[in-house]
Design a protein around this ligand. Structure first.
Ligand code: HH2
Length: 270
């Protein structure tokens, strides 16, 4: 799943493709790099982010969804029901829901739904996140929501531990280390670590200064391949080409738009 933030303020790519024409071009790049899904979002959910008014979020997201959906599967990254509704009408077939509450939209329209776990809201979620048992609490919440969605008739349900959403560095690492617990629910698992702050903190130099988002590719690749090896069915990433390559190199059957069979290709030179 390639990330396409049509926002001025996303934590790593904010403002880079805020104009629809640039966002659509970026979407085509993600497709060419091997994204199976392009995830279009019009509101940042980074810690401290402010809510975007409904009309503005619709203005950002809809032209991009409409332009890309004939070419690739499009998901809409929103917590607003009217945005999810409108994006589905414009061609999105997956609702990526960091609030884990929009399953009625997916049920009404027969589209897929991603339920992500978060504690708190972006305004305060990183202040002092606490859990007795982060892995069990995340699993239980997601399993409950998935059961409600299934009862409502949703057929495609993904669960996502919500790395960085009301979680300390240790919480994130524990969730990644025990991903098997989520996989054991039998629901397909999506994981999003790409360029997130905990990677910058873990890789901080001797001065203790965390790496900025643009320098977090190594950690992003390591955690994405780890997640896939632990049984995640999908990773949500900014750097699609590098992630596909990393997944292939460790022997994972990364899906691409071809048939994925590279065995007959001739190697030239080194
Ligand atoms: N992370 C972000 C946004 N949406 N959706 C799912 N399912 N899982 C995630 O981990 C996830 C998500 C945050 O990353 P990004 O979109 O790059 O940043 P921002 O929220 O600042 O736009």
């Amino acid at each position: 799943m390639g990330i396409l933030n049509v926002t001025p303020d996303s934590f790593s790519d904010g403002g880079s493709w805020f104009e629809p024409v640039l966002a659509i071009r970026k979407g085509h790049e993600l497709i060419a790099e091997g994204a199976d899904i392009v995830d279009v979002g019009g509101e940042s959910s980074r810690p401290g982010a402010l809510e975007v008014p409904l009309e503005e979020e619709l203005r950002r997201v809809l032209p991009v969804v409409e332009a890309l959906s004939p070419h690739v599967r499009v998901s809409v990254d929103t917590v607003k029901e009217p945005v999810a509704e409108a994006a589905v009408a414009a061609g999105a077939t997956l609702v990526n829901d960091v609030s884990a509450s929009l399953w009625p939209v997916a049920a009404r329209h027969g589209v897929g739904w991603v339920a992500m776990h978060r504690q708190g809201t972006p305004a305060t979620m990183q202040d002092d996140p606490r859990y007795d048992d982060v892995v069990a609490e995340v699993r239980d919440l997601l399993a409950d929501r998935a059961a409600a969605a299934r009862d409502a008739g949703v057929r495609e349900i993904w669960i996502d531990p919500g790395i960085g959403f009301g979680k300390s560095v240790e919480h994130n690492l524990e969730l990644l280390a025990r991903l098997d617990v989520l996989v054991a629910t039998g629901l397909p698992v999506l994981v999003g670590t790409s360029r997130k702050a905990f990677l910058g903190k873990l890789a901080a130099g001797p001065d203790g200064v965390p790496l900025p988002p643009g320098d977090r590719l190594p950690g992003s690749l390591a955690t994405a391949t780890h997640a896939l090896q632990q049984g995640a069915g999908m990773v949500r990433v900014h750097d699609v080409a590098a992630t596909v390559q990393a997944a292939l190199l460790v022997g994972l059957p990364a899906r691409t738009h071809g048939d994925g069979d590279t065995s007959t290709e001739t190697e030239v030179g080194w």
